[in-house]
Design a protein around this ligand. Structure first.
Ligand SMILES: *Cc1c(COP(=O)(O)O)cnc(C)c1O
Length: 395
């Protein structure tokens, strides 16, 4: 920065605040870090020649995930989208059902619903959590659905609304207390899309362990990565067993027979990816400390900036701070693109939040409630560089 320039516009202030935290840059939005036993476990895996389907790293990774999250069972799969697909299938979602999903989410949440032959039904979010607004959803369901034989039926379409899939946006836990009651009262299966929230807690309990099932993602941009990967969390032993069966081609265990007793999927996580996962899981606690420290530094840097505020964890929640997000005040929403331009020009990778699902071509004709809050949020959110490596933490 030249000595004469005192940041005046909001764009300049945002660039200056980011620079004061992460240095001169450039800085990408989120990069993985491999500073533990990654090479060691990958070599061990390669040397063993057991790189594919089953293997000890898969078992270890699943046990590690269950221990970390407090879920009774974790089933590792090939990615987070596949985890959602199977979780929804096991929740009883079938052709001609509807499933409630936030309009403000990554496309995988809605895609997984369609893989079951069902239709996503988009619901609004609240600014406090960036997740599904439980109060508003309750009012909407009360006036637009009816209970028939213990099932929630959409009066407008006549279809059964089978499940509700809240998502913990950028790692900030959604109002699980409110949503569990809504799910109970309207007879909906609750499946949490916890792809972004490994290491996030609602009242001390890990996200993804409240509903019937929860799903995680270990894509390259998530808090920890297996290259590609995901997992299904559940406390129900039978569901866990069935999830494992369905994701491993539904093969009945036998020394030589290839007997498959239902249509299964080749969704298992390869042992090679699980080896990476085992090493990453060891690093997770220190990454979470680094991400929280990054939040504190950004928080201090942005507090004097008028018009933009850094998203903080909701009350009674502990967020993993996967992606740091700025929320512009409504009156500054028209400056979003200028901020995106200025930050990217300065070498700091930033991006807006996803386009709302109901605006995407494959979903334009899907049912949705009033989405005023999600629409406003989608115009005002900007993600800023969030890698744990931006804050080196002593091991
Ligand atoms: C990352 C992500 C997923 C799963 O993505 P995969 O790339 O399939 O692992 C699902 N939902 C949300 C909200 C995500 O951010």
């Amino acid at each position: 920065m030249s000595t004469v320039s005192i940041p005046t516009t909001l764009s300049e202030q945002v660039v200056a605040a980011i620079r004061s935290v992460v240095g001169a840059g450039p800085a990408v939005l989120h990069e993985p870090s491999f500073s533990g036993n990654e090479w060691l476990y990958l070599k061990e895996c390669l040397d063993s020649t057991v790189v594919s389907s089953v293997g000890k790293f898969v078992d270890r990774f699943e046990a590690g995930l269950a221990a970390f999250t407090g879920a009774k069972h974790a089933v590792a799969v090939v990615n987070g989208t596949a985890a959602l697909h199977i979780a929804l299938k096991l929740a009883g979602v079938r052709t001609s059902d509807e499933v409630l999903v936030p309009a403000l989410t990554f496309v995988a949440t809605a895609n997984a619903v369609t893989y079951c032959g069902a239709t996503p039904h988009f619901v609004d979010s609240e600014a406090r959590t960036l997740g599904v607004d439980a109060e508003k959803l309750r009012d909407y369901l009360a006036s637009h659905t009816e209970q028939r034989a213990g099932q929630c039926v959409n009066r407008a379409t006549g279809r059964i609304i089978r499940a509700l899939v809240p998502m913990h946006t950028f790692g900030h836990p959604v109002d699980l207390e409110g949503l569990l009651v809504v799910a109970h009262d309207f007879k909906l299966a609750l499946v949490e899309d916890a792809a972004e929230s490994l290491g996030s807690y609602f009242r001390g309990q890990h996200t993804g362990t409240f509903g019937l099932m929860g799903t995680l993602s270990f894509n390259g941009n998530k808090t920890i990565t297996t290259g590609g990967g995901g997992a299904i969390l559940t406390n129900d032993a039978e569901l866990a067993c069935h999830a494992k069966h369905l994701t491993t081609t539904a093969k009945v265990p036998h020394a030589w027979d290839y007997r498959h007793d239902e249509i299964g999927y080749n969704y298992r996580l390869p042992n090679l990816n699980a080896a990476l996962g085992c090493a990453q899981l060891e690093q997770l606690p220190s990454m979470l400390v680094a991400k929280r420290e990054l939040f504190q530094r950004y928080h201090a840097a942005f507090s004097p900036v008028m018009g933009a505020r850094l998203m903080a964890e909701p009350e009674q929640c502990h967020s993993n701070y996967w992606l740091q997000a700025l929320l512009l005040e409504p009156k500054c929403a028209d400056q979003r693109d200028a901020i995106l331009q200025a930050t990217n020009d300065a070498g700091f990778m930033t991006r807006p939040v996803w386009i709302l699902m109901n605006e995407l071509k494959p979903f334009v004709s899907c049912p949705h409630m009033d989405l005023a809050a999600a629409q406003s949020l989608s115009q005002r959110l900007i993600n800023i560089p969030s890698s744990s490596s931006l804050v080196p933490v002593a091991p």
